[in-house]
Design a binder for this molecule. Structure first.
Ligand SMILES: Nc1ncnc2c1ncn2[C@@H]1O[C@H](COP(=O)(O)OP(=O)(O)OP(=O)(O)O)[C@@H](O)[C@H]1O
Length: 267
C-alpha cells in the first residue's frame, strides 16, 4: 500500500498544474454548497469529479468558467488560479466572457444553437470580434476536425445543427467549445443523454483532446471515470473527501466513504 501511494504521489508530482483551486467556498444565496475546496488540475490530463447526487459536482464545475455569475445571489469565496499567467478566474477584475473563452464547457444534453453547423462553431470567434472569413473558415474546420465531426459534416456546413443526430450534436458542441482554443474544457456528464456507440466516440475524443489541454469531467459512471481519467476527486456533501490518481481511488482509496461509493454501496 505504501508503495502504491508513493507511486501515485510521484505520478501527480510529474504533472504540471494548469489550475489551482484554493480554499473555495460557494453559496447559493445564504446556503454554502461548496466547502473549502482545494484541488489541482494538471495540464494534459483528465480529472474526474465523482460523488453522490447533490454533493456539489456541477456547482464546482460551473465555478471554473464563472457560470454562476449569470444568476443573482450566487457568491464565490477563495481563488481559482489559471496558469501559466496565474490569473484568478474568480476576481471581479477578470472578464467572465474572456474566462469562458479560455475555459469552455460541454453540457449534459447537447445544446446547439438554432443556427447552422458552421455558425454554431463560429459563435465564440464572433464573440471575440473575429470578422475575417478566411480565419473563421480555418478555425471552424480545425475545431470540427478536433471534434471528429469534419468528415460527416463538411458538405453540409450550412444545414441546421438540429438536423444532426444526438451524438453528432454533442460533438458539434465539443467543436464549438474548441473553436476559441480553450486551455481547459469542462464536461458535465457529457454522455448521459447519448447512446453507447456515441459515448465511445466521445470518450475516444477526450483521450485525444488531453494531448493538448486539461479536462475536468463530471460523471456518474464509475466505469467512465476509470476509463477516461488520470486523476479523480471524490466529493461528498460539498467537500472533496479524497483526490488521487484514478487507479488509487478505485483500487486502494484511503477513506471509507470513497471505498463505499466506488464499490456502489451508496450513490
Ligand atoms: N440554483 C440553485 N439554487 C439553490 N441550490 C442549488 C442550486 N443548484 C443546486 N443547488 C443545490 O446545491 C447542491 C449541489 O448541487 P449540484 O447540482 O452541484 O450537485 P451534483 O453533485 O452535481 O448533483 P447531481 O449528480 O445530481 O447532478 C444540492 O443540494 C442542490 O440542491
Amino acid at each position: 500500500m505504501v508503495e502504491q501511494v508513493t507511486k501515485s504521489m510521484s505520478e501527480s508530482n510529474a504533472t504540471k498544474a494548469k489550475v489551482e483551486v484554493r480554499n473555495l467556498n460557494f453559496y447559493y444565496g445564504a446556503t454554502r454548497v461548496l466547502k473549502n475546496i482545494n484541488l489541482m488540475l494538471s495540464e494534459k490530463r483528465v480529472t474526474a469529479l465523482i460523488g453522490p447526487s447533490g454533493c456539489g459536482k456541477t456547482t464546482l464545475l460551473r465555478c471554473f468558467n464563472r457560470m454562476h455569475d449569470l444568476y443573482p445571489g450566487n457568491r464565490y469565496e477563495g481563488d481559482i488560479i489559471l496558469e501559466p499567467d496565474s490569473i484568478n478566474i474568480l476576481s471581479r477584475r477578470v472578464d467572465p466572457i474572456e474566462v469562458r473563452m479560455r475555459v469552455s464547457m460541454v453540457f449534459q444534453k447537447p445544446n446547439p444553437f438554432p443556427k447552422s453547423i458552421y455558425e454554431n462553431v463560429a459563435y465564440g470567434l464572433r464573440v471575440r470580434n473575429e470578422s475575417k472569413r478566411s480565419i473563421i473558415d480555418e478555425k471552424v474546420e480545425q475545431a470540427l476536425r478536433g471534434a471528429a465531426l469534419w468528415d460527416e459534416v463538411k458538405d453540409r456546413l450550412n444545414d441546421r445543427a438540429y438536423n444532426l443526430s444526438g451524438g453528432q450534436q454533442q460533438r458539434l458542441c465539443i467543436a464549438r467549445a474548441l473553436a476559441t482554443d480553450p486551455e481547459l474544457i469542462l464536461f458535465d456528464e457529457p454522455t448521459s443523454a447519448i447512446d453507447p456507440i456515441a459515448t465511445m466516440t466521445i470518450e475516444e475524443l477526450i483521450e485525444q483532446l488531453k494531448q493538448q489541454i486539461a479536462i475536468l469531467i463530471v460523471t456518474h459512471s464509475m466505469q467512465q471515470a476509470a476509463r477516461v481519467s488520470d486523476f479523480t476527486a471524490f466529493m461528498y456533501l460539498g467537500e472533496i473527501i479524497e483526490f488521487n490518481d484514478t487507479k488509487t481511488i478505485f483500487t486502494n482509496p484511503s477513506h471509507k466513504q470513497t471505498e463505499d461509493y466506488v464499490r456502489g454501496k451508496f450513490g
